[in-house]
Design a protein around this ligand. Structure first.
Ligand SMILES: [Zn+2]
Length: 480
């Protein structure tokens, strides 16, 4: 018996369609109303095993999708819901209370409640607004607010109050995070913060690749170079302390008389020391403050009594002509001392990377002068053809802004790079180019270095290991 075309007793629809196509081609060309009716989809009549299975699958998929959507929505609602510091920072709350020197969540400064209550999207602008509000408040040190950079934002979000290392000036709560050197730098930093804010509000987050885009151009990186820059940096840092740590935090409490003494008593003296006889660089003052902050937070981190942060001691020592210039991290040192000073007699010496642990460590290790100069001169003295001293060559200085601190610590102060290398060949990169030791081990070099191809590259683990082994080997040969 052939398939009938009656709806109620019909065989599977697909079978009917198949028959029509095979038996009578004409029917498919001029479709009668009957054929059109048969060809029309009839969702209720799903009878074959295959269709049933597909239908089950489709239902399962759509149910799953709905569940995923519900879960996503729930997470989004959760994410957007107002939170308290404890729900926002979770396990980090303990560290937060520790750094902020409070016992209970309720004692946290207002800043942190605003931070917690802000949605992820609004976080950045809420914090920025808070900093601006503080700069207009009666507690403000100066009427300008520090720029909330992406880095500062992420440090605050991860409760990173102190860098891993003493010489790291790009993390934690310290004056280098708040300074805004030149007008161009400030403009660039603000523009960057603005686009970061926009990016942040647009999305649920900012990816790592976004962050790498958001760097102030290197040639704009600028440190305060005169008294007025310093004054502004100090004021900005006061506002940062007050807003983020609160007005009753030990660091803010100690910073206020330091600021008052600066404004009322030591201003002229400092103008003379900084802009007059140039005995002190503004970054030395910032570095002293940085070390005090590092010391205090580091004590907190290690759960030891932090002691009283003695900022005003800096002015007292300057007043008594007993101020020891603090050691500067290599990158900073290279940046602020022009080449001529570097090769003559620098008043303050790069420290390698040994933590000194004290806010006013003497820096008068003149013996290290040679190591800097030689680190530089090795570059061209190797061939002999380019001159032995290397002093006369042109080319501008390049600073390794993110040196590996383990590498920086490899060569002792009293060892010249040239001496260490001797007539040996330093190790090569994975790509086979001889690595510039001055840049990677001493923290800086010059643009006309013959190994400049290896400047600015991030060394692989293997390359670092080869460098470390090479230097250890050379030092052993020299009897160290
Ligand atoms: Zn070099």
């Amino acid at each position: 018996m052939h398939a009938t075309r009656e709806d109620n007793a019909g065989p599977p629809v697909t079978l009917v369609v198949l028959n029509i196509a095979l038996v009578d081609d004409d029917l498919s060309h001029h479709r009668s109303p009957l054929v059109a009716h048969i060809l029309a989809p009839r969702p209720q009549q799903i009878t074959t095993g295959l269709e049933l299975a597909i239908n089950h699958m489709a239902t399962a998929v759509s149910q799953q999708t709905a569940e995923v959507n519900r879960a996503t929505l729930a997470r989004a609602v959760e994410r957007e819901a107002p939170t308290t510091p404890s729900s926002k920072f979770g396990l980090l709350l303990d560290s937060l209370k520790h750094y902020l020197h409070v016992q209970e969540e309720q004692e946290l400064p207002e800043f942190w409640f605003q931070f917690a209550a802000a949605s992820k999207k609004q976080e950045f602008s809420v914090l920025r607004d808070y900093l601006e509000l503080y700069a207009r408040s009666e507690y403000a040190f100066i009427a300008a607010s520090p720029v909330l950079t992406p880095k500062l934002h992420s440090d605050l979000a991860t409760v990173t109050f102190v860098a891993d290392h003493l010489d790291d000036l790009k993390a934690g709560i310290q004056p280098f995070m708040a300074m805004d050197g030149s007008e161009e730098y400030r403009a660039a930093a603000m523009e960057l913060a603005r686009s970061y804010g926009l990016l942040y509000e647009r999305d649920h987050g900012v990816s790592l690749s976004d962050l790498t885009q958001l760097k102030v151009p290197k040639d704009l990186r600028s440190y305060p170079s005169n008294f007025y820059d310093l004054e502004r940096s100090l004021g900005l840092f006061g506002n940062l302390l007050g807003a983020i740590l609160g007005n009753t935090h030990p660091l803010t409490v100690a910073y206020r008389p330091f600021w008052t003494a600066f404004v009322k008593r030591y201003r002229d003296r400092l103008i003379n020391e900084i802009d007059g006889n140039r005995a002190i660089k503004p970054v030395h003052i910032l570095q002293s403050i940085q070390l005090i902050c590092y010391d205090w937070f580091d004590a907190k981190r290690t759960r030891t009594p932090p002691g009283t942060p003695d900022f005003i001691d800096i002015w007292k020592r300057i007043g008594l002509k007993a101020y020891n210039l603090p050691q500067l991290p290599p990158a900073l040192y290279f940046m602020i001392y022009p080449m001529s000073n570097l090769l003559k007699s620098p008043p303050s010496i790069i420290s390698g990377s040994q933590p000194s642990g004290s806010a006013t460590t003497p820096a008068s290790r003149v013996s290290t002068e040679g190591s800097i100069a030689s680190g530089v001169s090795t570059l061209t003295s190797g061939t002999g053809a380019t001159g032995a001293t290397g002093v006369s060559r042109a080319g501008s200085m390049v600073v390794n802004e993110s040196p590996d601190r383990h590498l920086l610590a490899l060569i002792p102060f009293n060892k010249k790079l040239k001496e260490v290398i001797g007539d040996s060949q330093p190790p090569s990169t994975d790509a086979g180019e001889v690595i510039c030791l001055s840049y990677h081990v001493k923290g800086g070099c010059f643009t006309n270095c013959r190994r400049k191809q290896t400047h600015g590259i991030t060394l692989s683990m293997g390359e670092k290991e080869r460098l470390a082994n090479y230097i250890a080997d050379r030092l052993a040969k020299l009897g160290n």
